[in-house]
Design a protein around this ligand. Structure first.
Ligand SMILES: [Zn+2]
Length: 162
């Protein structure tokens, strides 16, 4: 069981990895600042493993499908938390999202698999948060799990190591 240290109602979206490969606002190699957070494969893990993507909070799927730059993606309205709206996009999934437009999701429900579809150079999840005005740093509400929590996750899910 992963313990969410700061915001108990908001879960980390990739329980199999705490690797942050690019932060919000970074400009390296970009023409515009990065509008989200990138989570890559686990540093001690294998690239080929199956990394499930989970909803960070209960919500409502406002769009899910494929688009050329986002790849396979889902957009979920997670409502308002601590006074701020969270409309999240989960991009570059490996294959079709496991949720459909117009359906509800629960917190930590599996919504897809990490991939590299769309405008992506390697397997990772791009997650971004928007409120009524603009994108903001997902780390406002997300806290990466400790290394031990990731180790425990893989011990419990050996079938995803493939
Ligand atoms: Zn990104």
């Amino acid at each position: 069981m992963i313990t969410w240290r700061f915001y108990p109602d908001v879960a980390w979206p990739v329980p199999g990895s705490n690797t942050i490969t690019d932060t919000f606002g970074s400009t390296a190699g970009r023409t515009t600042p990065h509008n989200g957070l990138d989570i890559g494969t686990w540093s001690s893990g294998a690239y080929s493993w199956k990394y499930e993507i989970q909803a960070v909070k209960a919500g409502y799927v406002t769009a899910a499908g494929y688009e050329s730059s986002m790849g396979y993606y889902a957009r979920i309205d997670h409502g308002t938390y601590n006074g701020r709206k969270i409309e999240a996009r989960y991009l570059h999934m490996e294959s079709s999202p496991l949720v459909s437009t117009g359906t509800s999701v629960s917190k930590s429900q599996r919504i897809g698999w990490m991939g590299s579809t769309g405008n992506s150079t390697g397997k990772h999840l791009h997650i971004d948060f928007r409120d009524a005005n603009d994108y903001y740093d997902p780390l406002t509400f997300l806290a990466a799990p400790h290394q031990k929590e990731v180790v425990d996750y893989w011990e419990k899910n050996p079938s995803l190591k493939q």
